[in-house]
Design a protein around this ligand. Structure first.
Ligand code: ADP
Ligand code: CIR
Length: 336
C-alpha cells in the first residue's frame, strides 16, 4: 500500500502523515487488522470528522501513533492520562433541569460495549458475529423486572416495523455510509437486532457500530432515573459478559470518539425561538455537542435538537451527565 491521498478535514487527514504511514503500513494485529481497515471509512468519506475505526482492542496499541493524536484532539486526553469510571447513580447530584416539561421531550443515555477478546465490526466474521449475538442474547434473557424484554433479530423484521422503530428512535438506521466503508455492514442483516423491554425504556442494539449499544431512555428530563436504570442493567450484564476494557482508555469501542465511558447522554430539547447558531454556541461553551432530530448526520426539525456530552474519555459517567444537566439549564435559561 502506498501513501493514500486523503481529502477533507478529518482527524485522519490531519494525523496520517507520511512518517506515521511508513511506521504503520506493515503492522497487523492478532485478528488481522491492518492500517487499510482503520482508514477505509475516512478515505471513502471525505466529509468524515474523524475518519478511522479500530478493528479490535489491540488496534489501540498497534496503531497508537495514529490513534493517540486523534484521541488527544477529540477528548483532550494525553498518553499519560488514565480513564476512570463512575457508574454509581448515588454520586449523581443533579436536579431535573426541566421539571415542568416545557422544553425537554426525552432523555436517552447509551453506552457502547464490545465483548472482550472478539474482533470489532470492521473484521469480525459471520460466525464470530453469531457467537457474539448468542452470548449477548443469553445474558439479556436473564434480566429481571422492568428490564426484562425480547430480542428481535433484524432478519425477522418486516420493512414497515423497521421504519417505525427507526422513526421512534428505537432502532439504528441501516446503510450508514461511514460504517459501510469501514466494513461493518458485511453479511447485513445477519446477527443484527434489537432487544427491548415492554415499556421501551431499556434497549440493546446488537452488532451495529459496536457489538452492544445499551440504551436507557424515557420521556421528560429525569436524568437520574434514566441513569439509574442504565447502571442497574450494566451491573447485571457485567456479571454475565466480559467487556473489552483498557486500564488507560476505559471501555474500548470501534470509534475513538466513544472510548472511556463510551457514553452519550442526550436530551431532545425543543428550542424553536433560539437561533441554531446560538444553541450551538451555548452547547459548545458547556462541552456539549448538537445533533439533529434523528441523530448523527441529520438536521434539527421543528427546533428539536439532540444535545449531548461531547467528551466521553477522561471524564466519569457521573461528570458527563452533570455537564449535560448544566448545559441544558443554560439553554433553557437562554430560551426564557
Ligand atoms: P448514538 O447511538 O451514537 O447515540 P445516533 O446519533 O444515530 O447514535 O442516535 C441514535 C438514535 O437515538 C437516533 O434515532 C436519535 O434520534 C435517538 N436519540 C438520541 N437522543 C435521544 C433522546 N434524548 N430522545 C430520544 N431519542 C434520542
Ligand atoms: C466520522 O468520522 O465522521 C464518522 N466516522 C463518525 C464519527 C463519529 N463517531 C461516532 O458516531 N461513533
Amino acid at each position: 500500500m502506498s501513501y493514500p491521498k486523503i481529502e477533507g478535514a478529518s482527524l485522519l487527514a490531519r494525523f496520517l502523515t507520511p512518517e506515521v504511514f511508513d511506521a504503520l503500513k506493515d503492522r497487523e494485529t492478532y485478528f488481522g487488522v491492518r492500517l487499510e481497515h482503520l482508514i477505509a471509512s475516512g478515505i471513502q468519506n471525505p466529509d468524515s470528522a474523524i475518519g478511522v475505526y479500530a478493528g479490535d482492542e489491540e488496534s489501540y496499541e498497534v496503531f497508537a501513533p495514529l490513534l493517540d493524536p486523534i484521541i488527544a484532539a477529540y477528548h483532550g486526553f494525553g498518553p499519560e492520562d488514565r480513564h476512570a469510571s463512575d457508574l454509581d447513580p448515588a454520586h449523581l447530584e443533579v436536579e431535573n433541569p426541566d421539571p415542568e416539561g416545557r422544553f425537554v421531550l426525552s432523555t436517552r443515555i447509551r453506552v457502547a460495549r464490545n465483548l472482550c477478546c472478539f474482533p470489532f465490526g470492521p473484521v469480525i466474521d459471520r460466525r464470530e458475529r453469531r457467537m457474539a449475538e448468542r452470548a449477548i442474547v443469553r445474558a439479556l434473557s436473564t434480566l429481571p423486572g422492568e428490564l426484562a424484554g425480547e430480542y428481535q433479530p433484524l432478519s425477522a423484521m418486516d420493512e414497515a416495523t423497521k421504519k417505525q422503530l427507526v422513526e421512534a428512535h428505537l432502532l439504528f438506521k441501516a446503510e450508514d455510509r461511514f460504517l459501510e466503508a469501514g466494513g461493518f455492514n458485511r453479511d447485513w442483516p445477519d446477527a443484527r437486532g434489537v432487544f427491548m423491554n415492554k415499556a421501551r425504556t431499556f434497549l440493546v442494539w446488537l452488532n451495529e457500530e459496536d457489538q452492544l449499544r445499551i440504551i436507557s431512555m424515557e420521556r421528560g428530563a429525569d436524568l437520574k432515573s434514566v441513569f439509574s436504570r442504565l447502571a442497574r442493567a450494566l451491573k447485571l450484564l457485567e456479571a454475565r459478559l466480559t467487556f473489552a476494557y483498557s486500564e488507560r482508555l476505559g471501555y474500548l469501542t470501534s470509534c475513538p470518539t466513544n472510548l472511556g465511558t463510551a457514553m452519550r447522554a442526550s436530551v431532545h430539547i425543543r428550542l424553536p425561538h433560539l437561533a441554531e447558531d446560538e444553541v450551538k454556541a451555548i452547547a459548545r461553551a458547556h462541552g456539549l455537542q448538537v445533533r439533529g432530530t434523528h441523530g448523527e448526520h441529520t438536521e434539527a426539525e421543528g427546533g428539536v435538537y439532540d444535545v449531548s456530552n461531547k467528551r466521553r474519555l477522561g471524564v466519569t459517567e457521573v461528570e458527563a451527565i452533570t455537564q449535560l444537566a448544566k448545559g441544558v439549564q443554560a439553554l433553557i435559561q437562554a430560551a426564557g
